[in-house]
Design a protein around this ligand. Sequence first.
Ligand code: SF4
Length: 423
Amino acid sequence: MISPPRSPLSSALRQFVLKVHSRCNLDCDYCYVYHSADTSWRDKPRIMEAAVAEQVAHRIGEHARAHELPGVRIVLHGGEPLLLGAGRLEELLTVLGRGLAKWAVPVRFSVQTNGVLLTPDILDVLHRYEVAVSVSLDGTRAAHDRHRRFPRGLGSHGQVMAGLARLGAPEHRSLYAGLLCTIDLANDPLDTYEALLASRPPRIDLLLPHGTWDVPPPGLGDRRHRVSSTAPVTAGGVMAHSEETPYADWLRRVFDRWYDASERETGIRLFEELMAGLLGGSVRTESVGLAPATLAVIETDGSIEQSDSLKVAFEGAPETGLDVFRNSLDDVLGQHLFRQRQSGADGLGPTCTRCPLVAVCGGGLFAHRYASGGGFRNPTVYCADLAALILHIRARVRADLAMAAPDLTGGRLGPGSRERPVA
Ligand code: SF4
């Protein structure tokens, strides 16, 4: 049996998602901010004012100093953060940078944008503050425009590609961090991957659409009857799932294309993290693995929230009741749901803790575990898909390891082995 590492409680926060603009210029139909159970965005100010940003920087600096952090990461987010415009964006970055400098805390800025407003004046500001840029793109024009549209219904693909061209130009290319692509089973996986590669992204995040056991993601159907009886693995380490695994099937095709490429085309975070976990390394993302959550969201009014993805669970799920004017960021660490998100294997339900893949899968994204009645102590609604994907990657890696150095596997890693490393 794999012994999942126990995570220490109350790890410090290291990443801060700042909602600097609470509205968006697109109306993507799958957006969890505007099309989920939680409608709290309606009550938020449109932009984060400088006075709020100053207090945000103070709280982050205070937290980083108290926990002796070597640095922090601030992600400008929304809505659409670039709706701030070049002037306000520069003002905000100046305030944040100055505030953290008072605490001598190094900061890395990044921005998550839909790419439509990557104009020359905004790119100049991002360059001055060395803000890494991630852009949401769903693949081909047809794939992207099916979901990512302007409020009047026009697709945004053309504008996004124009923004990506400006970002990819030699003078700004160093800012280009990568692409975020939400998977749609209606799209061919290889066409999608090829379309994403066109702008030569350093990294791609392939995101599973948000969903819970109550509101399953597209293509998974109603599995509520399985939530407490999900039993992914039998005693011999053989998968016992009977469900179809359309997301694993989709991702397997991309994995094989990416893994078999004669030279590295890009990084794909999900695959790299799963491979790291399979090889016994640490997994550093919230979507898989057992690493403690280290991310907090700060809204335009300074209220402190948990991960945005919790909005898919129920109205108010990310709320903490805390804000940067009255509370320190340490106050977040004491909250029940946050402690559960930080507690690694201890925060999982019995199905996951018995599962031989738990050290790699980690029960999936916290939000995707939700079922009314049982809360978050369930496997992810993607349990069958993640298990199938992990086993596929394990088989590929294991075959390569066996060919490269048969003695490395030493017979311990034969079929059905339940020891670490999983590969
Ligand atoms: S969610 Fe992951 S860890 Fe939990 S039972 Fe499923 S495969 Fe195993």
